[in-house]
Design a protein around this ligand. Structure first.
Ligand SMILES: Nc1nc2c(ncn2[C@@H]2O[C@H](COP(=O)(O)OP(=O)(O)OP(=O)(O)O)[C@@H](O)[C@H]2O)c(=O)[nH]1
Ligand SMILES: C[C@H](OP(=O)(O)O)C(=O)O
Length: 215
């Protein structure tokens, strides 16, 4: 199985702008990328990063990086035509900071012509494509679109129910999940920057340097 990890290298995680500066967002996005690559590696696959620009990293990553500056959908589609049942392609987003080898292994072993781990808000956080006619259509409720595409081409769809894979880190409130359930670099990156959990009567939130940023 080939495993692609798309990565927006230039201005990642803009929806975290209320709580992180541009440099902090870039560092946090790279920390999440490293955690995702390590989890894929631990399942026994060598991931390839599909990046919008060359990655300049102080500490290099061992995964190969392919640069394609097209938007996400055409960049991923360009890597799909060669796959077959015997050579599936998986696409795992780089912002799945909670991903573990066990969670990914369940997705990779799910079977189906197409297997999808949906994200909250109807995104497509990770998928495995075995059907030759399947093409992606990311953004704007892509899980719904992908479900429709599989029906149109007569493909079997396996939907993988996974808390860890459904939790992509998009918005400030999602940082709580990183601090609670994250495993390595991503939670460390937040703690280094002064983020901590803030327990109240209701949901746990995050606070930074004494200021509540989300609850
Ligand atoms: N190769 C590639 N990856 C992308 C592109 N846009 C987003 N990604 C990656 O796709 C995954 C999901 O991205 P999103 O959450 O939709 O976008 P984001 O850029 O990370 O965050 P926002 O700026 O807040 O929308 C992440 O791993 C991104 O790094 C793109 O145009 N090309
Ligand atoms: C890539 C995109 O992510 P979202 O915009 O839902 O976070 C999607 O899952 O289609």
């Amino acid at each position: 199985m080939r495993v692609l990890v798309p990565f927006a290298a230039d201005a990642p995680k803009t929806r975290l702008e209320p709580v992180l500066s541009a440099d902090e967002r870039a560092a946090f996005a790279r920390a999440m990328l490293r955690d995702v690559l390590a989890a894929i590696d631990a399942v026994g696959y060598e991931p390839t990063v599909l990046s919008t620009a060359p990655l300049e990293l102080e500490e290099p990553i061992s995964a190969p990086v392919v640069v394609d500056d097209r938007p996400l959908t055409p960049a991923v589609d360009a890597r799909l035509p060669e796959r077959s049942e015997d050579d599936p392609v998986a696409v795992v987003m780089a912002d799945l900071a909670l991903a573990t080898p066990d969670a990914l292994e369940r997705l990779f072993a799910a079977g189906g012509d197409v297997a999808i781990a949906p994200g909250r808000g109807a995104g497509t956080n990770a998928l495995v494509v075995r059907h030759p006619e399947f093409r992606v259509d990311y953004h704007g409720g892509s899980f719904l679109d992908h479900r429709e595409i599989t029906a149109e081409i007569g493909a079997d769809l396996a939907v993988v129910d996974s808390f860890r894979l459904s939790t992509d880190i998009d918005e400030p409130a999602d940082l709580v999940e990183v601090l609670v359930h994250g495993t390595d670099r991503a939670p460390a990156s937040l703690r280094e920057r002064g983020f901590e959990l803030e327990a109240d009567d209701g949901r746990v939130g995050i606070a930074r340097a004494g200021n509540a940023t989300s609850s």
